[in-house]
Design a protein around this ligand. Structure first.
Ligand SMILES: [Zn+2]
Length: 895
């Protein structure tokens, strides 16, 4: 007899007929070992095995169904069978067919699988008015265990490549061998009737034999008389769904494939996969005729799955080296976001001698044992926040106290949202602390590999606060490690254990919710007792940052207003003098050029904006122009309008640009400017001159010559393959500002610009995408075997950009879809090719892009055909996500 501990998989049924079916597919039935626990477990168990796996099966108490009952049963099971770590919920459920994409029929099997935003099971409750279809959706439930999802991926590719669904054979065998009685046979297809959803079953009718058959939904007969598989979202609630229109509504809005009543009770108690045989269509015509067969096919599928499931328990892993102990391999972090990353290596730090008092003030805060956990420095655009952040980070790094850093930057995909914020900081902090943090994070990721895609709050909890709460120094004598003793901090040692994280330009993080959560979570650093982790955070004084800070308790943070710092004029003066003398030297101008009086005028104009000073210096120092003329132009600049300081920074550049054009060519020039510069500032990720030229169909040379006059605001590398960036975010802000519209012809309309980029993306994709884009010899080539050279040869940078970002432009253009418009035609022709290309480019990207596509669907549901394309895309894409790492072409049989 096996021991309690030998059973590792829990199998839960709701109905006795499901239990019967489950027992019928076991290889062997074991004697149930006696529980060693004196608990109040009144579950009854059936133990047995399938393939290599030992399974314990239990059934809900008779007549007590629903989410709560399932949750109780599973809690008891876990107490009695402590080795059970994953579960299967196997039984019957109601189908939600949505023709043509979800042709679910009676006797088919639906398996829970994560789709964007949901772990595979959606918990819901009806509001009071079931008839009008109101419902309340609860929080997001856990995903099925990764090991099941991986196995399913493998099974799917076998099914696609033509292998029949093995579980049909299993079901037949069970019946042929008399293991189950005749009642479990498949009913005739003629009894599979799907009525139009608006047609309710008349109460006077007993069976459906008298129901109006002209109101049946017509469906093609299937070639083979067998059950099929569907993967996707299962809705789970405490009431029976028996209303066709409500079913359709949920199916359409959320992509629900199946309704049932127990799964939601399991998912968070025991990570489980839900397998449902379809016995009715959740409408008022439902009856029990298909229940037995549906229970059998569900159990048969569970058996097929368990046969393929690898044994749990990890093989011996190599012992990690000393340094590896502090790393978290496999964690995707934001490219370019950390201090010292390649992308930002030439970004300026404070000029020696400037910002002296301010930097000392910040330094005192990091040294102060009683210092508050968050130092929030805010200031208006262009006051030099990022330059200060880099200087602070450099100094912390030198002292070994930099815990990590994240520099937000709008317009750079991975740095403009909160998506990778927590993982990027957690990985850096673990390396910096050199203690147990990394191993704690590795343990979390092993147990729950999907943690990095969870809500920000959960990521903070599991990847930062949890590991920090259990933090122990690896070696108490290790310089820079945390304390090894629990209990109150020893104040004489605390300074050594302090780590400071630098978070710059939080206002450039898109998504107000993310910004709020980040502030609120960082404020919780004060609750840590084992280590002293602090944050130096900068932002503009924007919404929602100010009110979020105001709501925090005063003892959590200290703030400083940058543009009110008194010595800023001196600093700007020093900066301008230093830069001007550098220009004088480079351009062989006399010493002391351009003269103290001119510099003083420029200082007055610039204060308190460092960006103004920096822009003037680039403008004047531009090698293509005469510095004397430019200094004269700037210092004599008299705006026609009452202008803001930012206008003062940028308007002269534009006026000079326009003035240099001949009257007759001005119109064309303005249009070209909007095309080129408008595109650059609205791109979702920076592009090189060469790629930009391909995307917008303007020659390299034209782009380069247009940008030549903008070298003071745009960083245009000499290498045409390197990306063009803006020096400062205030430049796109300025160009896109509504107020500029009346001041300059060069105002850029953001919506118009996104619309134009969208249009170009669609053209690039329509011309470039095709089936088997990498021209692989075999469509069965796994993704891992496609080398980077092939990918780069077959997917050009502009095509890659278009594939990754067109949906974002669609969203930002507030583009309304209409049937048969360019978007819908593109989706009809190239949807599958698009997903193939995305899968080849980047798996994580695919996930994000699909997420964005779904939000496009939300506000475009009124267009039926286009909506259907999106919905098809969604189900396809979610199944593709499961296949990532396998064969991108082969996954798409419709090609
Ligand atoms: Zn009926």
């Amino acid at each position: 007899m096996l021991e309690i501990e030998d059973y590792t998989i829990g199998w839960i049924c709701a109905l006795p007929l499901e239990l019967t079916a489950a027992i019928a597919v076991l290889d062997e039935r074991h004697e149930t070992p006696e529980s060693r626990q004196e608990n109040h477990d009144d579950n009854t168990y059936v133990c047995g095995c399938i393939g290599k796996h030992n399974i314990v099966i239990t059934c809900l108490p008779s007549g007590v169904y629903g989410v709560t009952s399932a949750s109780n049963v599973v809690t008891k099971m876990r107490a009695s069978f402590p080795s059970v770590k994953i579960g299967l919920m196997v039984g019957i459920g109601g189908g939600a067919p949505m023709l043509p994409q979800n042709d679910i029929r009676l006797g088919d099997v639906v398996v829970s699988e994560p789709v964007a935003g949901f772990g595979g099971v959606l918990q819901y409750d009806f509001g009071k008015t079931v008839q009008s279809g109101k419902f309340v959706q609860h929080g997001v439930l856990n995903k099925p265990p990764g090991v099941f999802l991986k196995t399913i991926s493998k099974m799917k590719s076998e099914h696609i490549s033509g292998h029949a669904y093995e579980f049909n054979n299993i079901a037949t065998d069970v019946l042929e061998n008399g293991i189950l009685p005749e009642e479990f046979r498949r009913p005739p297809n003629s009894s599979d009737r799907l009525f139009q959803s608006k047609y309710d079953h008349p109460e006077e009718n007993g069976s459906c034999d008298d129901c109006d058959t002209t109101l049946l939904v017509e469906r093609e007969p299937r070639a083979r008389n067998e059950a099929r598989l569907h993967y996707g979202l299962i809705a789970s609630g405490n009431q029976v769904m028996k209303h066709g229109l409500t079913r359709d509504k949920l199916s359409q809005e959320k992509g629900v494939l199946c309704f049932e009543m127990e799964a939601a009770g399991l998912m968070d108690e025991l990570p489980s996969l839900v397998i449902r045989g379809i016995c009715d269509y959740c409408d008022s015509h439902k009856n029990k005729r298909w229940q037995n067969y549906a229970a059998l096919v569900a159990a048969a599928f569970a058996r097929e799955l368990l046969f393929q499931l690898p044994l749990q328990g990890s093989p011996q892993r190599p012992i990690p080296s000393e340094e590896d102990n502090f790393n978290v391999p496999g964690l995707q972090t934001a490219k370019g976001a950390s201090f010292g990353d390649y992308d930002d290596q030439y970004e300026p730090e404070c000029l020696p001698g400037t910002r002296v008092d301010l930097l000392k003030h910040i330094g005192d805060w990091t040294d102060d044992v009683e210092g508050k956990k968050v130092f929030w420095m805010y200031g208006m655009a262009g006051t030099g926040k990022s330059t200060i952040s880099r200087t602070v980070a450099r100094s912390l790094q030198t002292n070994g106290r930099l815990g990590g850093s994240f520099f937000f930057k709008r317009g750079e995909a991975s740095r403009s949202t909160g998506l990778l914020f927590v993982v990027t900081l957690a990985a850096q902090l673990a390396r910096s602390l050199r203690g147990t943090m990394a191993s704690s994070i590795r343990a979390v990721l092993k147990a729950e590999p999907d943690t990095p895609s969870k809500s920000l709050e959960e990521q903070f909890r599991k990847l930062i606060f949890g590991p920090l709460a259990e933090f122990r120094a690896r070696n108490p004598h290790d310089n820079g490690a945390g304390t090894s003793q629990p209990g109150p901090r020893n104040s004489t040692k605390t300074i050594k254990h302090t780590r400071v994280m630098v978070v710059d330009a939080l206002d450039e993080c898109e998504g107000k919710g993310d910004v709020q959560v980040i502030i609120q979570q960082l404020a919780k650093l004060k609750d840590l007792t084992e280590v002293d982790i602090r944050v130096f955070l900068t932002s503009r004084p924007d919404l929602p940052i100010i009110p979020t800070f105001q709501k925090l308790k005063e003892d959590t943070y200290v703030d400083l207003v940058l543009h009110e710092v008194p010595d800023i004029e001196d600093d700007i003066s020093l900066y301008l003098k230093t830069e001007m003398s550098r220009i004088a030297e480079e351009r062989h101008l006399p010493e002391g050029w351009p003269g103290a009086a001119v510099v003083q005028t420029l200082v007055k104009m610039a204060t308190p904006l460092f960006i103004y000073a920096a822009t003037i210096c680039r403008f004047v120092g531009d090698e293509h122009w005469n510095p004397n003329e430019r200094v004269k132009m700037i210092s004599e600049y008299e705006p026609k309008w009452q202008v803001s300081r930012l206008d003062k920074t940028y308007l002269p550049i534009f006026e000079q640009l326009l003035a240099s054009q001949h009257e007759t060519e001005r119109g064309a020039f303005v249009q070209e400017f909007k095309d080129i510069v408008g595109t650059i500032i609205n791109l979702q990720d920076p592009l090189s001159v060469r790629t930009l030229s391909q995307l917008i169909q303007v020659s390299d040379r034209t782009i380069e010559s247009r940008l030549r006059s903008l070298h003071s605001v745009l960083d245009v590398p000499n290498d045409p393959k390197m990306p063009i960036r803006t020096f400062h975010k205030s430049f796109p802000d300025f160009l896109l500002d509504q107020n500029l519209r009346r001041k300059s012809q060069l105002w850029v309309d953001a919506r118009e610009s996104h619309e134009r980029i969208l249009d170009r993306c669609l053209d690039v994709m329509s011309n470039g995408l095709k089936f088997n884009i990498c021209e692989l010899k075999s469509v069965a080539t796994p993704r891992s075997e496609i080398d980077d050279r092939t990918i780069q040869r077959c997917i050009s940078p502009e095509l890659r950009y278009a594939c990754c970002h067109w949906t974002e432009h669609l969203q930002k253009a507030k583009h309304r879809l209409t049937d048969n418009d360019k978007v819908s035609k593109f989706l009809q022709q190239h949807c599958l090719h698009w997903i193939e290309a995305l899968t080849i480019c980047d798996t994580d990207l695919l996930r994000n892009v699909i997420g964005i596509s779904f939000s496009c669907m939300d506000w475009n549901v009124s267009y039926k055909e286009t909506y259907t394309s999106w919905a098809q895309l969604r189900s396809l894409a979610t199944s593709t996500i499961q296949h990532l790492g396998s064969c991108p072409c082969k996954l798409l049989p419709e090609n």
